[in-house]
Design a binder for this molecule. Structure first.
Ligand code: CA
Length: 117
C-alpha cells in the first residue's frame, strides 16, 4: 500500500506537503472491518493494519513503527538502522538509500557505514 506517498521522487524524497498522514482522524469508518484498522499513539488517529511495521511513518509520530504502541521486528535485511533525517522513516531506512551521496541518517552512517544495497 503506497498511496500515502503519491509524489515520492526517485530518491525517496517526499515534498513537504505530501508528508505521511494517518489513515484518518476521528471515527474509524464503520464500513471497515476492525482487523483492517490499527490505532496510532494519538487515539484520534488510525491507520490501516498493513501500515504497521512497514518501515514508513504513517502515524506521523512513528507510533505505528515503535513501542509502546506497536511492537515491530528490528530493521530487516533490506534496511539500515539509524536515526533518519527523512520524516517518512522512523528507525531504519531502506538500504537502497545507502551510498547514494545523499544524507538520510542524522549521523551520515548511510553514506559512511552502510555497505550499500
Ligand atoms: Ca508504517
Amino acid at each position: 500500500m503506497n498511496k500515502i506517498f503519491p509524489q515520492e521522487d526517485v530518491n525517496g524524497n517526499v515534498a513537504p506537503e505530501t508528508k505521511a498522514l494517518p489513515g484518518g482522524k476521528g471515527d474509524v469508518p464503520r464500513s471497515l472491518p476492525a482487523f483492517l484498522v490499527a490505532h496510532c499513539g494519538d487515539p484520534a488517529s488510525w491507520i490501516y493494519s498493513d501500515q504497521r511495521c512497514d518501515g514508513t511513518n504513517n502515524c506521523g509520530d512513528c507510533s505505528d513503527e515503535r513501542s509502546p504502541v506497536t511492537v515491530c521486528p528490528s530493521c530487516g535485511p533490506g534496511w539500515w538502522r539509524c536515526t533518519p533525517t527523512v520524516f517518512k522513516y522512523c528507525d531504519c531506512i531502506p538500504r537502497t538509500l545507502c551510498r547514494d551521496r545523499v544524507q538520510h541518517c542524522s549521523d551520515w552512517s548511510d553514506e559512511f557505514s552502510c555497505p550499500g544495497p
